[in-house]
Structure formats: C-alpha cells, structure tokens
Design a protein. Structure first.
Lengths: 685, 233
C-alpha cells in the first residue's frame, strides 16, 4: 500500500500505514479515501528529541480528550507503555511528564475496558509517585494531573482500593496538598473516600487531622469542593465512635462542625448537599457523638430528611433520604415518634412502591429497600405508628413481593419491616389473611444463606405464631416444625433462641397432633441439649416449650405416657443444676402441669426424690419458688381427682401438710392464697 | 387586588406603561448588570472602558478574561481545532466531562468544512469523529443528521437547517464553551445576570398565560416592546 494523502482539518498529512489487526470502523461508504485515520504524531512520541516528543504528546492529548474511539486506539496500539515509560523516567522533563499524565487521565475517563487496561498496567504506583513530586511551580501541574488521574481510576470501582490509605506518609502528604488548589481539593477528597474502607483506615485519617481538614473544606465557597468533602466526612465517621467524637468537636473559623453541617441542610441549598449533610449528622448521632435529644438531630436533621422524602424530589434523592432516615431512627423511640408525624412521612413513603414501578432496576430496588427500611425503624416500638403503617394501602402485598425480590437488600429490608409490624399480631390478622405471608416467609427461611435474614425471619415467625390461628395448617405443610428444629441446632445463639421460641409459641394451646409433631421432630435428646445450653434464654424457652406441651389433661397424660421418663429427668436436671430462681420456677411449673394430669401424677408420686425436692422448695427463701412448689402440691392433692386420698396421705407422710400449716402465717398474699387452696384440699383428718 | 383593578390595568396599555414608568430602578444596579454581562461574556476592552466611564468595579480581575477571550475569538474565526487545543491546555478534563459540548464543537468543525465546500472531507470527518457520539446518544444523532442534511443541498443556505450556518450558531457554541469554562473556574454565574432577568420576564408571562390572565405582553425582548392586550384569546 502506497502512502496516502488526506486532509486532516486544514492540514494535508501523510498517513502512516497502521499495523495489522487494527479494527476498522464498521461503516465504510465508498466515497472515503482511506479507512485509517492519519496519526503521524504517534511515531513522534517515541522520539528522544524533547521538543518533538512534547509536540507529539500535545497532539495525542488533543485527539483523545473527548473521544472514546481515540482512547481505544491508543490502548490497542500499546501507546500506554510509552506513556508509562515517560512518567517513570525521572530524567524526562517535567513538561513531557505532565502531558503524558494528562493523557493517561483522559484515557481513564473512557470506557471500562480503557480503565481496566490502565489498572492492569499498574500505573497507580506511578501516579502516586507523581503526586509526591516535590519541586517548583511546574511540578505543581504534574501533581495535580496525577491526582486527577488517580481519582478517576479509584472512583471507577475497577481498581483495587484500600491500600494507599494504609500508608501513613502518603495520607499525610495528601492532606497537606489540600492547600494547593480547588482541583486538588476535589480530587483528594474523592480519593480518600474511595480508599477509606476499614475502621483502622478511619482512625489513621483522623490521626492525621483529616476531620479538621475536611471541616475547613466544608467552609469553601465552592460547591464542588463541599460535596466530595461531605462524602469523605461521612465515610470516615461511619460507625466509628472515636472519629465521630473528634468530628463533633472540630471547628473552623469559630464555627463547630455540627453547626456548619446544619447550615448546609438549609432549604435553599442544593438537595444533594442537604442530603449529604444530613447523612453526616445521622452518622455522628449513631456513632454516639450527638445525642438524639440535641435539636440538631431531632429538629433539623429529622425535618430535613423527612422533607426530602416528599414526592417533589428526584427518586434518587428520595431513596437515599428514606434509607438514611431508617438508619437515623433505628433505635430511638422518640425519634421514631417525631419522624412519623413530620411532613406526611408515612404517606410519602407508601408512594415509593409506585415510584419504583416507573424506574429502572437499580433505582427500583433502592426505592423499595429504602421504604421498607424506614417503615421497619418507624414501626419498631410504637403501636400507633405500626397501625398507621399497616393501614397503608397495599403494604402487605408489597411486603410479600419484597420477600421474594431478586435483590438481597430488598429481601432483608422487607423481612425487617415485617418483623417490626409482626409485633402487632392482632392488627395483622385484621388486615390480611394469614396464609399470604407464610409461604414467602418460609421460603425465605429455607433458602436464605444470609444469617441476618434467617435471624430476622425466624424472629418474625416467632411473633406471628404467637397469635393462635386456626389456619396453622399451611405453615405446618410448609415444613415449619422441621425448619425450626433445625434452627435449634445452629451454633448462632440468636438462631437457636428464635427456633425454640417459635416452637414454644406454636405449642401454645395447640392441638395434640401439633404437639406430637413437635416432640417427634425435636426429640428428647435435643431437648436435653437445649436444657444445657450456655444461653439462659434458650434454656428458659425450652422449659416454656415443655410447659406449653404439658397443658390440658388429655395431652399431659398422652405425652407423659410416651416421654414421661425423659421429661422427669429433664426437670430434675434443672432443679439440681446451678440455675437462677427464674429458671427453677419454670421447672417447678412444669411439675405443676404434670401434676394436673391423671395418670401423669404417678410420675411424681412414685418419685421420692422429687417429692422431697418439692417439700424443700416449699420452704425456699425465694417466694416464687415456694408458690410454684405449693401449686404443684395443690394439683397433686386435688380432692376431686381419683386417688386423691392416697396421695394426700403420702404427702402428709412426707410432712407436706405440716409445712403448709407453718406457711399459713405468711404475710405474702399470693403465697397465703396458694397455701390456703392447698390446705383446703386435704380432707380433715 | 380586586379583579376590577386588574381589569382596568389589563385593558389599558397606557395604564400598564405608566405603572412601569413609575417603578424606580437604580442606575448603579443597571451598571452592575452591564458590567456583569461584559465580564461574563469576555468583552475585556469594553469592560475596561465601561469601568472608566461608569466607575463600576468589575467582579473579577479583567486580566483573567484573556484566555476566555482567546477561546471565543478562535471560535468566531471558525478555528475550532485551535479553540479545542486552548481549552485542553487550560482545563484538560473539561471536554471529557462534557461530551455533549465536545460534540457541539466537532459539529461546528463539520459545519466549517461544509461552509468551505469541502464535501469529501466533511463526510470523512463526520465518519471519523462524530459517529461515536451519535451511537451513544439519540439527541446527538438527530443533530448530526440535521448537519449532514446540509450536504444534500447544492446551496446549503437553502436547506431547512441553514440556521446552523448562521453566525448565531457559532455564538451559541461559543457561549456554551464559555459557560463551561466559567463552571470549571467555579464562578457562581455562568450566564450573565441580564439573561436571568430576561428569563424571569418570560417565566412570569408564561405563568400569567397559564392562568389565562389578560395583560399587555412584552412580545420582543430585544427592544422591550409591549403589545396591546389581546382580548380575542
């Protein structure tokens, strides 16, 4: 192929034939003179002549800025290597290194492939070197160009982040560079935001005074400096009490940081800025640096966030506002109450599901997640707020959908929301049919790999099972019992607790069929294990389960018939163990329930050890144990039952009657009642 | 205000104009507006002269206007490549961050080629440089099509899209670029406050129109011509 001449702008140029493998543009109409673009300057950048090289680099720069296609060309033809060679060579004149860095910065603003190419060629350390360049006026431009390129790469999400900020010297240097220029300030704040990923990093930045530097940046008259500074501040104070405390006491120009943030939340500020400032204040509060009763939090921040949930704002703003609000009000009851009545919040949040339908997927999920999260927090404690939320039209349907959403974040938020609302089981029953929510809930429990989800879901199930509902069929069919028994075997205490608690609730006033299923599935061995659980709550709920199982005469007899020996062993295990009065009280109540049966009574009466224990508990220092023991005795001697006389005689032999006579003089009213009741059972003798 | 008052006012253009006359506008305010316009748009010499004549201080150092002036001059002269080179020297990230602006500059370059009658080059240039932007953005594609349509006419001035060939289009792009540079330098106002005032008038009139209120309308902003009330609508 001969040399081709073509016009390039006003200039006639010779085209350099390009190497094979260059992809030609797909559109090739016949009138074009040549398919390749003339780029004579490419050769010149390899020149050792400084002036020629500089000139060529400037041409290259002007070609790549703004054009992804040109960037792609540069990447494909290995030009990056030459650029890297230039900037890594200290003897290259600064002017040349500056242009090369600017070109790399421009390529970084191309497509993901372009960014990856740069990252893969390991240019980040070289950019760091450029940032550290010490010198005069001219090297300032190199520093700035290096910062910009570094920022673009780290922000892309395609470069590894977190290592630069571990370097104490580099961090210090960066913070010192904040004095340099507006562009540097913006770039550095963004770099630090991308790099700060661990609590150690937060501490390191704080140790170097980042909090004070950022406070100063917040007072800049330039919005484009304030915004990245806000993001950076949020990143370093998030869930870090030490840094948050430092931040809360920082100031600039006599203005404390919380006041500066408050001024940035003013209604005439751009919405994004209001939101960002509100987020910082939220993080300060949750990290323990600002109290919920501080007007900045309960007044200004709360009102700003609730305002930003209004329909007039961008969906992106709405989503972050609700998410932040959910985090802000997560644990404080007063904030929950205050928020729920501000700016029609609940009505506005309910609309989020409608907005989500009109949005593209990522934002769609964010809106739903945010609404669920906010509802979960608002409804965590107060019955009236829950009522308002539950009454939101279509909310239950949204929750059911949310439990099955493809996004894990939405699923977790939906289950958290349901969990909060499940604390008003009665309300739920009147506003929806039980079975609608069981299936997705059980599905979630069975298939979730995230422990958070399983914990919250099982806790929700627990609450929902509290309410006696005839339609427990569907949930049984879905394998709830096996699932819950499985939870009791987990190593996570919270899951064991939820499992056993749910079984306990399920057994309450349940049919014999269900009780048998529970016992069969759980097995007496597992019950024993649970009674030795290091978590006392788990132990208590296991005892609670036994109590619930052993209720109503026919059930008691049936169950004791099958498992009586093991159950007695379990009770004795507890009574002999080193447990609190509360725990032992439960065990005694179980005995009392057993004593309420017919044939079951024999299990106690034939066990001398147990009878002796009962007698000794009647004289225990703890009144509630006395009451429980006497209640048991009462049931045993109940005169209307068959065999009462024999039992009364036996207990008299053991001295129980005498003990009752002693106790009748007690001043404790409850104890007195119980003693009286027991005594009147005894036929006079 | 009672509706009677409005009726009287609206129905009499004379009344309206009299009311307007009665409003007091500060001369200093007007001078500031003019200075702001000159500085924002980069009329350095005019700004210096106006400073001498009116005593109003410019809000920025007039020497800092130089580079913006040079960029604008390059565009006015049709020398787009030079303008781009200058912008890349001053603010290397600007055109990467604003691809739409970059497209407009390239489009202008294309127009210059068409204006000079260099058809083959124009097509080549469009193919090489402009197609990629069109692939990503529908708005760009339709603008590109309009521009290329000029080539379909022996005398492009006859084309329905001939407005692209007018100096006004060059001005528009020059102002767009100027505003982008001001934004990079983080000047608060990237358009002259005078423009804001005119926009306010247009907005207010629009609001009144929406509510179907009759009033003497300013139909020509350039000479502030106010019409009689159109009672027919």
């Amino acid at each position: 192929m001969g040399q081709i001449l073509a016009y390039r702008g006003d200039v006639l140029v010779q085209l350099v034939p390009l190497p094979l493998g260059q992809t030609l543009h797909t559109k090739q109409p016949s009138f074009r003179q040549d398919p390749n673009n003339g780029r004579p300057y490419i050769e010149e950048i390899y020149s050792t002549d400084e002036a020629k090289c500089l000139h060529a680099l400037i041409c290259l720069k002007n070609a790549v800025i703004g054009s992804n296609r040109q960037k792609g060309f540069v990447v494909q033809h290995g030009v990056i290597s030459r650029l890297i060679q230039i900037i890594s060579c200290d003897s290259s004149p600064v002017s040349v290194r500056i242009e090369a860095t600017i070109i790399l910065g421009s390529i970084a603003k191309g497509t993901d492939e372009h960014v990856k190419a740069l990252v893969d060629m390991n240019i980040i350390p070289l950019l760091v070197k450029g940032v550290l360049e010490d010198g005069d006026e001219s090297s300032a431009r190199l520093v700035e160009a290096s910062l910009c390129c570094l920022r673009t790469l780290l922000q892309s999400g395609l470069a590894p982040t977190g290592t630069l900020a571990q370097d104490s010297d580099f961090v210090q240097h960066l913070l010192a560079l904040l004095r340099a220029s507006i562009t540097s300030q913006m770039a550095i704040a963004t770099i630090l935001t991308a790099e700060c990923k661990t609590p150690e990093c937060q501490d390191l930045l704080s140790a170097h005074g980042a909090v004070y530097s950022l406070t100063a940046l917040l007072c800049s008259p330039h919005r484009k400096v304030q915004m990245p500074a806000l993001s950076c501040l949020a990143k370093i104070i998030f869930q870090n009490r030490g840094v948050a405390l430092a931040a809360a006491s920082a100031s600039f120009g006599g203005r404390p940081l919380p006041d500066i943030l408050t001024s940035l939340m003013a209604q005439d500020m751009p919405k994004g800025m209001q939101l960002s400032a509100a987020r910082c204040l939220t993080y300060l509060h949750r990290a323990g640096a600002l109290s919920a009763s501080d007007d900045i939090i309960k007044g200004k921040t709360l009102s700003c966030l609730t305002r930003l949930c209004d329909k007039n704002h961008d969906n992106g703003i709405k989503a972050i506002a609700a998410e932040t609000l959910g985090y802000l009000t997560e644990v404080d009851m007063i904030l929950q109450k205050d928020a729920s009545i501000l700016n029609h919040l609940i009505t506005n949040l309910a609309m989020y599901f409608k907005y989500a339908m009109e949005e593209v997927p990522p934002l769609q999920a964010q809106l739903r997640q945010a609404a669920f999260r906010a509802f979960a927090s608002l409804g965590a404690n107060d019955e009236d707020i829950r009522k308002k939320i539950i009454e939101t039209e279509g909310l239950m349907d949204h929750i059911v959908c949310g439990l099955q959403d493809s996004s894990p974040g939405v699923r977790l938020a939906a289950i958290r929301c349901l969990h909060s609302l499940s604390r008003s089981v009665q309300q739920l029953r009147t506003t929806f049919q039980d079975h609608l929510v069981w299936k997705p809930l059980m599905n979630l429990l069975k298939h979730a790999s995230d422990d958070d989800v399983v914990t919250v879901a099982s806790s929700t199930l627990c609450n929902l099972l509290l309410e006696f509902s005839p339609s427990k069929e569907p949930i049984l069919e879905l394998g709830a019992i096996d699932l819950l028994c499985g939870l009791t075997r987990r190593k996570e205490a919270a899951l064991r607790l939820n499992g056993i608690w749910a079984l306990m609730n399920m057994a309450f006033q349940a049919e014999q069929k269900i009780k048998s299923q529970i016992l069969k599935a759980l097995g007496t061995e597992q019950i024993f294990r649970l009674l030795s659980d290091p978590e006392v709550n788990v132990l208590m709920k296991t005892l609670g389960l036994l109590r619930n199982l052993l209720s109503t005469k026919p059930h008691i007899d049936q169950i004791m018939n099958l498992h009586g020996i093991q159950i007695m062993q379990a009770v004795i295990l507890i009574l002999e163990g080193n447990h609190s009065a509360e725990v032992k009280e439960q065990a005694l109540c179980i005995l009392a329930n057993i004593a309420d049966g017919d044939s079951a009574k024999d299990f106690i009466m034939t066990n001398e050890d147990v009878l002796k224990k009962l007698a000794s508990y009647m004289m225990h220092s703890s009144v509630k144990l006395q009451v429980a023991a006497i209640f048991c005795v009462s049931n045993l001697v109940w005169k209307e039952e068959n065999g009462a006389l024999e039992r009364q005689a036996r207990l008299k032999e053991m001295g129980v009657h005498k003990l009752l006579q002693q106790l009748i003089n007690t001043s404790d009213t409850l104890l007195f009642d119980k003693v009286k009741t027991a005594m009147t059972q005894f036929s006079d003798s | 205000m009672s509706s009677n008052y409005l009726d009287n006012l609206a129905s009499s253009r004379e009344n309206w104009l009299n009311k307007l006359e009665g409003l007091n506008i500060n001369r200093t305010d007007m001078n500031k507006l003019i200075m702001n316009y000159l500085v924002t748009e980069g009329f350095k010499e005019a700004a210096e002269k106006f400073k001498q004549e009116s005593g109003v201080e410019p809000t920025v150092d007039l020497n800092s206007l130089d580079h913006r002036i040079r960029v604008r001059d390059a565009i006015q002269a049709g020398n787009i490549q030079a303008a781009v080179a200058m912008v890349n020297e001053l603010h290397p990230e600007l055109l990467d961050n604003d691809r739409f602006l970059y497209f407009h500059l390239q489009q202008l370059q294309l127009i210059e080629l068409i204006r000079a009658g260099r058809v083959e080059e124009a097509l080549g240039y469009a193919q090489e440089h402009l197609c990629e932007a069109a692939e990503e953005d529908k708005a760009v594609l339709s603008e590109l099509e309009r521009t290329l349509a000029l080539l379909g006419f022996e005398q492009p001035e006859q084309c329905p899209f001939s407005d692209l060939l007018q100096p006004a289009h060059r001005q528009k792009v020059a102002s767009e670029l100027n505003a982008a540079i001001l934004r990079m330098e983080d000047q608060e106002a990237t358009s002259p406050k005078l423009a804001d005032l005119l926009r306010l008038i247009l907005w207010a009139q629009e609001e009144l129109d929406k509510k179907k209120i009759k009033y003497p309308k300013m139909v020509d902003l350039a000479d502030a011509k106010i019409d009689k009330v159109d009672m027919s609508k």
